[in-house]
Design a protein around this ligand. Structure first.
Ligand SMILES: [Zn+2]
Length: 338
């Protein structure tokens, strides 16, 4: 299953707001192709959350009630992957409402800032925009423009709202479940089973050959000229590294040796966590599966630049980890994106 980037950037889903843990790629090529060392990915658009999630407060009903009664408390309303933002302002900002202005809906604690201001999310209908510059904006569009704090808040709010909107019943007995732990879990009143936000891990990988050319592919669902690197969901009982090797082989016939982890980004559209990798090809002949991938080619940096400049290739947008991984290989700002 899976594939390049459609459902999630190739796959789509979340682990909201957490900062990227900086990992130094181990690099190395096992003798196949060039070494894969390079800078780890930092400051990914949707992985910049800086608010303390204050998870220790989630079981404290007294504190939660006091915080909700405080007019200084800020609430992010999320619905269908969107929140209200002043997106055209400089800088762009996320719109907060007070608890009394928040709509009915599942409530969840997002965190507490250094001034002890509490932030909640509510999964419910978006309030009417306060003024002309405010509108409902999808996370994919707002994420790169918001501050670190706001991007993290919106990512966490959208991820939790998506979960509450979707996972409403007990998978064991079918009873409606009830939120608890400040909206970070749900419990079945019939059998007491507890359920937690679902996150689907997906790998995304830049494959290079012995000449350090990059493999770019077009998903069957994409228009002509749009390409990205390969992506796919990690299957049950499978490591992320094994998923890299399997997906690359299934979709393009290419086999890979060394696999290097680069970083991760939540992609709550609706519930993915993208795990970024580079991999060295050990067999470079391309045979696309023609199901998920309809074409794939090797590109040198010069070929990539010329293809984009000539309008023959469109690369993923900066919000995506795919863009950042391709850029880390390319060595400078990419010449364009879709
Ligand atoms: Zn149940």
């Amino acid at each position: 299953m899976s594939s390049a980037a459609s459902a999630a950037e190739g796959v789509d889903r979340p682990a909201a707001g957490a900062e990227v843990t900086r990992l130094d790629p181990v690099g190395g090529s096992s003798g196949h192709g060039p070494a894969l060392t390079g800078p780890a990915l930092t400051d990914l658009a949707l992985a910049r959350g800086e608010l303390d999630r204050s998870s220790y407060l989630r079981p404290n009903d007294t504190w939660l009630a006091q915080a909700w009664a405080d007019p200084q408390t800020r609430v992010v309303v999320a619905e269908h992957g969107c929140a209200l933002c002043a997106i055209d302002d400089e800088p762009a900002s996320l719109l907060f409402v007070s608890p009394s202005q928040a709509p009915e809906g599942v409530r969840f604690l997002l965190g507490v800032d250094e001034l002890s201001t509490a932030y909640f999310g509510v999964a419910g209908p978006l309030p009417a925009p306060a003024h002309g510059g405010v509108r409902a904006v999808p996370l994919r569009e707002a994420g790169p423009l918001l501050s670190d704090r706001d991007a993290g808040l919106m990512t966490e709010a959208v991820a939790l709202a998506n979960w509450h909107e979707t996972f409403t019943h007990c998978p064991r007995c079918g009873s409606p479940t009830v939120p608890f732990a400040a909206g970070h879990a749900r419990r079945c009143p019939a059998d007491a089973s507890e359920h937690f936000p679902r996150v689907d891990p997906a790998m995304i990988v830049l494959v290079t050959d012995a000449d350090d050319r990059a493999l770019l592919a077009r998903n069957a669902m994409w228009p002509e000229r749009r390409v990205s690197i390969l992506a796919g969901f990690v299957e049950a009982g499978e490591s992320a590294e094994a998923a890299v090797a399997r997906e690359v082989q299934e979709e393009t016939g290419i086999t890979v040796g060394a696999v290097t982890y680069l970083g991760s980004q939540p992609w709550p559209m609706p519930q993915s966590l993208m795990l970024g990798f580079r991999a060295a090809a050990t067999r470079t002949e391309i045979t696309v599966d023609a199901d998920e991938i309809v074409e794939a080619h090797w590109y040198s940096r010069d070929e990539l630049r010329d293809a984009v400049a000539g309008g023959n290739l469109r690369l993923p947008p900066p919000v995506s980890i795919a863009h950042r991984i391709i850029q880390s290989w390319y060595g400078s700002e990419l010449p364009g994106s879709w």
